[in-house]
Each structure stands twice: as structure tokens, then as C-alpha cells.
Write a protein that binds this ligand. Structure first.
Ligand SMILES: Cc1cc2nc3c(=O)[nH]c(=O)nc-3n(C[C@H](O)[C@H](O)[C@H](O)COP(=O)(O)O)c2cc1C
Length: 240
């Protein structure tokens, strides 16, 4: 396709000129597919939220697989991990399953151990302390509060950019979930199990090979308003 300086298709750039009926015809025939696509994209991006409250409805496995496919389509760090087909793995833990119970108990242990380690060194009302306390008590948002907990495992490489790759993967999954009308939130606590051999044994994956993070997915019970964001002008410095 012929592109102009901006990289946009050249014919699309003519929308800004007023050359009568030819341009109008171009507008109606050329504009629509791109505009529809662009509008849909913007709606998904601006409609994305951290959803932390879910209905009892369990999305079908085929729908979850669409979300996983979006995650697999996200970038991976080829320079760090090569072209191995197993650069990324998912483990899906349905609500109420034994496997999820095991994950919760592993995380409780981690929470207790970390709590013991910082006991007396951190004020008890520090947010981090409170989070560890909740973890140690098994109150972990996303674990048992959503129909699915999904672990994303990314092969470790050099340089160590696994968490960046996982973030790309999670973002693709998040946007796909949004496009499908599903709710999603990140479950960072899962990363604490990256060095837990029992977690990897549970997933049938080798220990020490992958880094870890995760998310919870379900049907939204409550969609919060968008959190305030700065404007582009506030957030951007243009340099000459
Ligand atoms: C690196 C990272 C880790 C996050 N971890 C969690 C998490 O563990 N649990 C959670 O509910 N939200 C988590 N979030 C979501 C943020 O709290 C959320 O994106 C932010 O409050 C903005 O709200 P929004 O996602 O609805 O736009 C995380 C976000 C990022 C970028």
C-alpha cells in the first residue's frame, strides 16, 4: 500500500483536503474499514479496567483459549530465549479445584515466611506489612475470587527480561478479555512462586526454567470508572 510521510495510507491523508466529490467518494470507501478498526481498538483500550469483582458465571474453556492465543501472539524476547517453541507456557487453575488450593497454600507459606523475616523491622501498619498479613491468612485477590487464575510462565534467558515479556503477554490477554466482555486483573503475588519447586511440579514444568506472573479472569460483576490519567500534553516532552 502506498504510504505518505506519516506512515498512514496516502489516500487516507487526502481526507484533510477538500477537493469535491472525488475526495468524498474516497472518504466513504476508504475511511470506513480503518475507522471502524481504529474506533474498536480505542474502545477496547479505554474500556480496559482492573476488574476485581466477578459473577458466578464460568466463561467456557474455548473463550479462555482465545485469550491465551492473544497472549501467545504477544512479543517474546527472541534475543534472550531464541526460537524455542516453549518460550511461554500457561497454567489454568479453575476456581474450586485442588490445584488452586495448593497454590493458595504455597502462597500462604511464602507470606508467613516473609512476615517473619520483616517482623519488628517494618511498622505493622505499613501497606506492605498488611499485604503480607493478608497473604499469610490466605486472602489473596484473584485466588478463589475469580473463575480462573492463569499463571503465565516465560522461559528465562540472558538478558533477564522475562517479566517484561510476561507484561506484554498479560496486556494482550487483558485487551482480548476486554474485547470479549470479560473482566481481568493482574495477580502479582503469583510471581512469589517462581522459586517454588512444588508449584512447577504441580504444573508439570521444570523448576528454575521459567519466570512467573499471573492474572484472574471472569465475568465482571462490577466495572469501576476509569482511573484518572494525565493528558498527553502533561505526560509528554517533545524534543527537537
Ligand atoms: C506491574 C503491575 C502489577 C499489578 N499488580 C496487581 C495486582 O497484583 N493485583 C491487582 O488487583 N492489580 C494489579 N495491578 C493493576 C493496577 O493496580 C491497575 O492497573 C491500576 O490501579 C490502574 O487501574 P486500571 O487497570 O483499572 O486502569 C498491577 C498493575 C501493574 C502494571
Amino acid at each position: 500500500m502506498d504510504v505518505g510521510r506519516t506512515g498512514l495510507p496516502a489516500m487516507r491523508m487526502q481526507e484533510n483536503t477538500d477537493e469535491g466529490s472525488t475526495t468524498k467518494r474516497m472518504k466513504s470507501s476508504i475511511r470506513s474499514p480503518l475507522d471502524v478498526q481504529n474506533k474498536a481498538f480505542d474502545e477496547i483500550v479505554t474500556g480496559r479496567r482492573s476488574i476485581r469483582s466477578f459473577t458466578m458465571e464460568v466463561p467456557p474453556r474455548a473463550t479462555i483459549e482465545l485469550i491465551l492465543a492473544a497472549g501467545l501472539a504477544a512479543p517474546f524476547a527472541e534475543a534472550a530465549v531464541g526460537n524455542a517453541r516453549d518460550f511461554r507456557r500457561f497454567a489454568v487453575f479453575p476456581q474450586g479445584g485442588q490445584a488452586l488450593d495448593s497454590v493458595i497454600s504455597f502462597l500462604r507459606e511464602k507470606g508467613k515466611a516473609q512476615l517473619d523475616a520483616i517482623q519488628g523491622r517494618e511498622p505493622k501498619d505499613a501497606p506492605f506489612f498488611k499485604k503480607l498479613e493478608a497473604l499469610a491468612n490466605g486472602h489473596i485477590p484473584g485466588l478463589g475470587t475469580a473463575p480462573y487464575l492463569i499463571a503465565v510462565a516465560e522461559r528465562k534467558g540472558t538478558p533477564s527480561v522475562e517479566q517484561q515479556s510476561i507484561a506484554h503477554c498479560l496486556q494482550n490477554m487483558w485487551l482480548k478479555a476486554t474485547a470479549l466482555g470479560l473482566g481481568f486483573h493482574v495477580v502479582s503475588a503469583l510471581a512469589m512462586l517462581a522459586d517454588e519447586p512444588r508449584f512447577w511440579a504441580l504444573c508439570g514444568l521444570p523448576a528454575g526454567v521459567y519466570d512467573l506472573n499471573g492474572c484472574a479472569i471472569g465475568v465482571p460483576a462490577l466495572t469501576p470508572p476509569a482511573k484518572p490519567r494525565p493528558t498527553v500534553a502533561e505526560a509528554t516532552i517533545w524534543l527537537g
